[in-house]
Design a protein around this ligand. Structure first.
Ligand SMILES: [Zn+2]
Ligand SMILES: [Zn+2]
Length: 344
Protein backbone atom coordinates (compact mmCIF):
# COMPACT_ATOMS: atom_id res chain seq x y z
CA UNK A 1 0.00 0.00 0.00
CA UNK A 2 0.99 3.64 -0.24
CA UNK A 3 1.90 5.53 2.92
CA UNK A 4 3.19 9.06 3.40
CA UNK A 5 5.92 8.74 6.00
CA UNK A 6 8.34 10.70 8.11
CA UNK A 7 11.76 9.28 7.34
CA UNK A 8 14.00 11.88 8.95
CA UNK A 9 13.17 14.68 11.44
CA UNK A 10 13.06 18.11 9.82
CA UNK A 11 12.68 16.68 6.30
CA UNK A 12 9.56 16.51 4.08
CA UNK A 13 7.40 13.39 4.40
CA UNK A 14 7.95 10.79 1.69
CA UNK A 15 5.78 8.36 -0.24
CA UNK A 16 6.74 4.77 0.55
CA UNK A 17 5.26 1.47 -0.57
CA UNK A 18 4.92 -0.75 2.48
CA UNK A 19 3.01 -3.98 3.22
CA UNK A 20 -0.60 -3.71 4.42
CA UNK A 21 -0.24 -4.06 8.23
CA UNK A 22 -1.44 -7.32 9.77
CA UNK A 23 -4.29 -7.07 12.32
CA UNK A 24 -4.32 -9.33 15.41
CA UNK A 25 -7.13 -11.67 16.60
CA UNK A 26 -8.43 -8.74 18.62
CA UNK A 27 -7.72 -6.16 15.95
CA UNK A 28 -9.27 -4.68 12.85
CA UNK A 29 -7.88 -3.59 9.53
CA UNK A 30 -9.38 -0.27 8.46
CA UNK A 31 -9.43 1.23 4.95
CA UNK A 32 -8.63 4.88 5.66
CA UNK A 33 -11.19 7.26 4.11
CA UNK A 34 -10.22 10.45 5.91
CA UNK A 35 -7.15 11.55 7.87
CA UNK A 36 -6.90 15.01 9.41
CA UNK A 37 -3.72 17.04 9.12
CA UNK A 38 -3.13 18.40 12.60
CA UNK A 39 -0.84 21.02 14.08
CA UNK A 40 0.84 18.24 16.09
CA UNK A 41 1.88 16.57 12.82
CA UNK A 42 3.83 19.69 11.90
CA UNK A 43 5.63 19.49 15.26
CA UNK A 44 6.41 15.81 14.69
CA UNK A 45 7.74 16.39 11.17
CA UNK A 46 9.95 19.22 12.43
CA UNK A 47 11.54 16.83 14.94
CA UNK A 48 10.29 18.64 18.06
CA UNK A 49 8.86 15.47 19.60
CA UNK A 50 10.54 12.08 19.89
CA UNK A 51 8.87 9.54 17.66
CA UNK A 52 8.26 5.89 18.51
CA UNK A 53 10.10 4.75 15.39
CA UNK A 54 11.43 5.94 12.04
CA UNK A 55 10.29 5.80 9.36
CA UNK A 56 6.76 6.30 10.66
CA UNK A 57 3.42 7.04 9.01
CA UNK A 58 1.93 10.19 10.58
CA UNK A 59 -1.80 10.88 11.09
CA UNK A 60 -3.86 10.42 14.28
CA UNK A 61 -7.27 11.77 13.18
CA UNK A 62 -8.71 8.86 11.26
CA UNK A 63 -12.03 7.61 9.94
CA UNK A 64 -12.65 4.79 7.50
CA UNK A 65 -14.28 1.48 6.71
CA UNK A 66 -13.55 -1.81 8.42
CA UNK A 67 -11.92 -4.09 5.86
CA UNK A 68 -11.22 -7.14 7.99
CA UNK A 69 -11.73 -8.18 11.63
CA UNK A 70 -9.79 -10.62 13.84
CA UNK A 71 -11.41 -13.88 15.00
CA UNK A 72 -12.12 -12.54 18.52
CA UNK A 73 -13.73 -9.29 17.41
CA UNK A 74 -17.45 -8.92 18.07
CA UNK A 75 -17.91 -5.14 18.27
CA UNK A 76 -17.52 -4.25 14.59
CA UNK A 77 -17.70 -6.12 11.28
CA UNK A 78 -16.32 -5.70 7.78
CA UNK A 79 -17.96 -2.79 5.97
CA UNK A 80 -18.72 -0.81 9.17
CA UNK A 81 -17.97 2.92 9.19
CA UNK A 82 -15.67 3.74 12.10
CA UNK A 83 -13.43 6.43 13.51
CA UNK A 84 -10.36 5.63 15.55
CA UNK A 85 -9.37 6.62 19.09
CA UNK A 86 -5.68 7.48 18.75
CA UNK A 87 -4.34 6.24 22.07
CA UNK A 88 -3.69 2.53 22.32
CA UNK A 89 -3.50 1.61 26.00
CA UNK A 90 -2.67 -1.66 27.80
CA UNK A 91 -5.90 -1.92 29.87
CA UNK A 92 -3.93 -3.52 32.74
CA UNK A 93 -1.78 -0.85 34.39
CA UNK A 94 -2.87 1.30 37.37
CA UNK A 95 -3.97 4.25 35.20
CA UNK A 96 -5.92 2.07 32.75
CA UNK A 97 -7.55 0.28 35.70
CA UNK A 98 -8.65 3.58 37.27
CA UNK A 99 -10.16 4.94 34.05
CA UNK A 100 -7.42 7.41 33.14
CA UNK A 101 -6.05 5.55 30.19
CA UNK A 102 -4.33 8.60 28.66
CA UNK A 103 -1.68 8.12 31.39
CA UNK A 104 -1.20 4.40 30.60
CA UNK A 105 2.45 3.58 31.32
CA UNK A 106 2.82 1.99 27.88
CA UNK A 107 0.38 4.17 25.91
CA UNK A 108 1.09 4.32 22.19
CA UNK A 109 -0.31 7.10 20.07
CA UNK A 110 -1.25 6.31 16.49
CA UNK A 111 0.82 8.44 14.09
CA UNK A 112 3.34 9.31 16.82
CA UNK A 113 4.61 6.08 18.35
CA UNK A 114 3.22 3.67 15.76
CA UNK A 115 2.10 3.99 12.13
CA UNK A 116 -0.87 6.31 11.58
CA UNK A 117 -3.44 7.24 8.98
CA UNK A 118 -1.55 8.95 6.14
CA UNK A 119 -1.87 5.60 4.37
CA UNK A 120 -4.35 3.39 2.58
CA UNK A 121 -4.85 1.04 5.53
CA UNK A 122 -4.25 0.93 9.27
CA UNK A 123 -4.52 -1.91 11.79
CA UNK A 124 -5.68 -1.12 15.35
CA UNK A 125 -7.15 -2.99 18.34
CA UNK A 126 -10.92 -3.37 17.80
CA UNK A 127 -11.69 -1.37 20.97
CA UNK A 128 -10.12 1.70 19.33
CA UNK A 129 -12.66 1.56 16.47
CA UNK A 130 -15.84 3.46 17.32
CA UNK A 131 -18.95 3.29 15.14
CA UNK A 132 -19.46 6.32 12.95
CA UNK A 133 -23.12 6.91 12.03
CA UNK A 134 -24.09 7.61 8.39
CA UNK A 135 -25.07 11.19 9.29
CA UNK A 136 -21.43 12.11 9.97
CA UNK A 137 -19.01 12.30 7.05
CA UNK A 138 -15.64 10.56 7.25
CA UNK A 139 -13.92 13.97 7.20
CA UNK A 140 -15.92 15.25 10.13
CA UNK A 141 -15.49 11.94 11.98
CA UNK A 142 -11.72 12.19 11.60
CA UNK A 143 -11.53 15.70 13.03
CA UNK A 144 -13.81 14.80 15.95
CA UNK A 145 -11.05 12.47 17.16
CA UNK A 146 -8.69 15.30 18.15
CA UNK A 147 -9.75 18.90 18.85
CA UNK A 148 -13.44 18.29 19.62
CA UNK A 149 -12.60 15.36 21.90
CA UNK A 150 -10.02 17.46 23.74
CA UNK A 151 -12.60 20.25 24.18
CA UNK A 152 -15.16 17.86 25.65
CA UNK A 153 -12.58 16.42 28.06
CA UNK A 154 -11.61 19.92 29.21
CA UNK A 155 -15.25 20.85 29.92
CA UNK A 156 -15.70 17.61 31.86
CA UNK A 157 -12.53 18.37 33.85
CA UNK A 158 -14.04 21.80 34.61
CA UNK A 159 -17.25 20.09 35.81
CA UNK A 160 -19.47 22.48 33.85
CA UNK A 161 -23.01 22.28 35.22
CA UNK A 162 -26.39 23.49 34.06
CA UNK A 163 -26.91 27.20 34.62
CA UNK A 164 -23.22 28.03 34.87
CA UNK A 165 -21.20 30.64 33.00
CA UNK A 166 -18.14 29.74 30.94
CA UNK A 167 -15.35 31.82 29.40
CA UNK A 168 -13.28 30.39 26.58
CA UNK A 169 -9.93 32.01 25.83
CA UNK A 170 -9.00 31.24 22.23
CA UNK A 171 -11.74 30.21 19.83
CA UNK A 172 -9.91 28.28 17.10
CA UNK A 173 -10.91 24.68 16.37
CA UNK A 174 -10.76 23.64 20.03
CA UNK A 175 -12.58 26.71 21.33
CA UNK A 176 -15.32 26.57 18.69
CA UNK A 177 -16.13 22.98 19.71
CA UNK A 178 -15.95 24.00 23.37
CA UNK A 179 -18.59 26.74 22.86
CA UNK A 180 -21.10 24.29 21.40
CA UNK A 181 -20.35 21.53 23.89
CA UNK A 182 -20.57 23.94 26.85
CA UNK A 183 -24.00 24.98 25.64
CA UNK A 184 -25.02 21.32 25.32
CA UNK A 185 -23.83 20.73 28.91
CA UNK A 186 -26.15 23.50 30.09
CA UNK A 187 -23.96 26.60 30.29
CA UNK A 188 -26.17 29.69 30.09
CA UNK A 189 -23.64 32.33 29.17
CA UNK A 190 -20.50 31.59 27.20
CA UNK A 191 -17.89 34.30 26.66
CA UNK A 192 -15.58 33.83 23.68
CA UNK A 193 -12.29 35.72 24.00
CA UNK A 194 -10.09 36.15 20.93
CA UNK A 195 -8.39 38.86 18.89
CA UNK A 196 -9.51 37.67 15.45
CA UNK A 197 -12.73 39.18 14.16
CA UNK A 198 -13.75 36.27 11.92
CA UNK A 199 -13.41 33.85 14.82
CA UNK A 200 -15.39 36.10 17.14
CA UNK A 201 -18.11 36.36 14.50
CA UNK A 202 -18.36 32.59 14.12
CA UNK A 203 -18.34 32.24 17.93
CA UNK A 204 -21.34 34.55 18.21
CA UNK A 205 -23.13 32.57 15.49
CA UNK A 206 -22.79 29.60 17.83
CA UNK A 207 -24.36 31.63 20.62
CA UNK A 208 -21.29 32.90 22.48
CA UNK A 209 -20.83 36.49 23.68
CA UNK A 210 -17.73 37.76 21.81
CA UNK A 211 -15.00 39.66 23.64
CA UNK A 212 -12.36 41.25 21.44
CA UNK A 213 -9.19 41.17 23.54
CA UNK A 214 -7.40 43.50 21.14
CA UNK A 215 -9.84 46.28 22.09
CA UNK A 216 -10.79 45.64 25.72
CA UNK A 217 -9.27 44.06 28.81
CA UNK A 218 -10.84 40.59 28.72
CA UNK A 219 -10.90 40.16 32.52
CA UNK A 220 -12.47 43.57 33.15
CA UNK A 221 -15.03 42.93 30.42
CA UNK A 222 -15.99 39.52 31.87
CA UNK A 223 -16.32 41.09 35.36
CA UNK A 224 -18.52 43.83 33.90
CA UNK A 225 -20.75 41.44 31.93
CA UNK A 226 -21.17 39.09 34.91
CA UNK A 227 -21.99 42.05 37.23
CA UNK A 228 -18.75 41.56 39.12
CA UNK A 229 -19.28 37.85 39.78
CA UNK A 230 -16.80 36.33 37.34
CA UNK A 231 -17.42 33.03 35.58
CA UNK A 232 -17.86 29.53 36.98
CA UNK A 233 -15.52 27.89 34.49
CA UNK A 234 -12.83 29.37 32.24
CA UNK A 235 -10.86 27.45 29.62
CA UNK A 236 -7.47 28.43 28.24
CA UNK A 237 -6.99 27.05 24.71
CA UNK A 238 -4.07 29.19 23.51
CA UNK A 239 -0.99 28.30 25.54
CA UNK A 240 0.22 31.76 26.58
CA UNK A 241 1.05 32.72 30.19
CA UNK A 242 -0.81 36.03 29.73
CA UNK A 243 -4.08 34.36 28.73
CA UNK A 244 -3.62 31.66 31.38
CA UNK A 245 -3.42 34.42 33.99
CA UNK A 246 -6.53 36.07 32.54
CA UNK A 247 -8.34 32.74 32.55
CA UNK A 248 -7.70 32.37 36.27
CA UNK A 249 -8.48 36.05 37.01
CA UNK A 250 -11.87 35.84 35.29
CA UNK A 251 -13.14 33.22 37.76
CA UNK A 252 -15.76 33.84 40.41
CA UNK A 253 -16.25 32.11 43.78
CA UNK A 254 -15.58 28.35 43.51
CA UNK A 255 -14.55 28.88 39.89
CA UNK A 256 -12.53 26.35 37.91
CA UNK A 257 -9.84 27.34 35.41
CA UNK A 258 -8.95 24.59 32.96
CA UNK A 259 -5.62 24.93 31.20
CA UNK A 260 -5.49 23.14 27.84
CA UNK A 261 -3.00 25.25 25.81
CA UNK A 262 0.61 24.14 26.11
CA UNK A 263 3.30 26.38 27.56
CA UNK A 264 6.72 25.88 29.10
CA UNK A 265 6.85 29.38 30.59
CA UNK A 266 6.31 29.78 34.36
CA UNK A 267 2.97 31.27 35.34
CA UNK A 268 2.79 33.96 38.04
CA UNK A 269 -0.40 34.57 40.00
CA UNK A 270 -1.38 36.20 43.29
CA UNK A 271 -2.44 33.25 45.47
CA UNK A 272 -4.81 35.22 47.71
CA UNK A 273 -6.56 37.44 45.17
CA UNK A 274 -6.96 34.77 42.53
CA UNK A 275 -7.22 31.42 44.34
CA UNK A 276 -7.63 31.39 48.12
CA UNK A 277 -10.08 34.29 48.29
CA UNK A 278 -12.37 32.54 45.80
CA UNK A 279 -11.58 28.91 46.65
CA UNK A 280 -10.85 28.71 42.96
CA UNK A 281 -9.18 25.75 41.26
CA UNK A 282 -6.63 25.51 38.46
CA UNK A 283 -6.98 22.25 36.56
CA UNK A 284 -4.76 20.82 33.86
CA UNK A 285 -6.48 18.95 31.04
CA UNK A 286 -4.59 16.49 28.92
CA UNK A 287 -5.97 14.72 25.86
CA UNK A 288 -9.22 12.79 26.22
CA UNK A 289 -10.61 9.35 27.00
CA UNK A 290 -11.97 6.56 24.81
CA UNK A 291 -15.16 6.56 26.90
CA UNK A 292 -15.85 10.20 25.94
CA UNK A 293 -15.89 9.52 22.20
CA UNK A 294 -19.29 7.77 21.83
CA UNK A 295 -20.91 10.76 23.61
CA UNK A 296 -19.08 13.18 21.33
CA UNK A 297 -20.12 11.29 18.19
CA UNK A 298 -23.70 11.24 19.38
CA UNK A 299 -23.61 15.01 19.89
CA UNK A 300 -22.32 15.42 16.33
CA UNK A 301 -25.00 13.05 14.99
CA UNK A 302 -27.70 15.11 16.68
CA UNK A 303 -26.12 18.33 15.33
CA UNK A 304 -25.64 19.63 18.87
CA UNK A 305 -22.02 19.85 17.79
CA UNK A 306 -21.60 21.28 14.30
CA UNK A 307 -18.08 20.86 12.99
CA UNK A 308 -19.02 21.17 9.32
CA UNK A 309 -17.08 24.48 9.11
CA UNK A 310 -13.91 22.84 10.42
CA UNK A 311 -12.80 21.01 7.29
CA UNK A 312 -11.94 23.62 4.71
CA UNK A 313 -9.69 21.69 2.37
CA UNK A 314 -9.77 18.14 1.05
CA UNK A 315 -6.58 16.76 -0.48
CA UNK A 316 -5.54 13.35 -1.84
CA UNK A 317 -2.94 11.01 -0.30
CA UNK A 318 -0.09 12.92 -1.93
CA UNK A 319 3.25 13.67 -0.28
CA UNK A 320 3.72 17.07 -1.89
CA UNK A 321 0.25 18.34 -0.99
CA UNK A 322 0.51 17.01 2.58
CA UNK A 323 3.93 18.64 3.04
CA UNK A 324 2.48 21.93 1.76
CA UNK A 325 -0.31 21.83 4.32
CA UNK A 326 2.18 21.04 7.08
CA UNK A 327 4.32 23.99 5.91
CA UNK A 328 1.25 26.23 6.23
CA UNK A 329 0.58 25.02 9.76
CA UNK A 330 4.24 25.46 10.61
CA UNK A 331 4.25 29.05 9.32
CA UNK A 332 0.88 29.93 10.89
CA UNK A 333 -0.08 31.33 7.48
CA UNK A 334 -3.64 30.20 8.05
CA UNK A 335 -5.61 27.92 10.28
CA UNK A 336 -7.80 26.11 7.81
CA UNK A 337 -8.05 22.42 8.46
CA UNK A 338 -7.09 20.06 5.68
CA UNK A 339 -8.16 16.44 5.55
CA UNK A 340 -6.71 13.73 3.34
CA UNK A 341 -9.67 12.09 1.63
CA UNK A 342 -9.47 8.73 -0.15
CA UNK A 343 -12.21 7.31 -2.30
CA UNK A 344 -12.07 4.11 -4.34
ZN1 LIG B 1 -4.74 16.23 16.05
ZN1 LIG C 1 -2.22 0.95 30.76
Amino acid sequence: MEAIRMVEPGKPLELQHIPIPPASDEGVLVRVRAAGICHSDAHYRAGRSSMGMLPITLGHEIAGEVEWVGSKVTTVKAGDRVCLHYNISCRDCYHCGTGNEQFCTTVKMIGHHIDGGYAEYIAVPARNAISLPEEISFEEGATLMCASATALHALRKGRVKEGETVAIFGVGGLGMSAIQLAKALGAVEIYAVDIKLDKLELASEYGAIPINASRVDAVEEIRKLTKGKGVNVALEMIGLPKTMKQTIESLGVLGRAVIVGLSQTPLEIHPYQTLIGYEAEIIGSNDHLLQELPLLIDMARQKILDTSHVVSQRIPLDAEKINQRLDDLENYTDDVRAVIVQQD
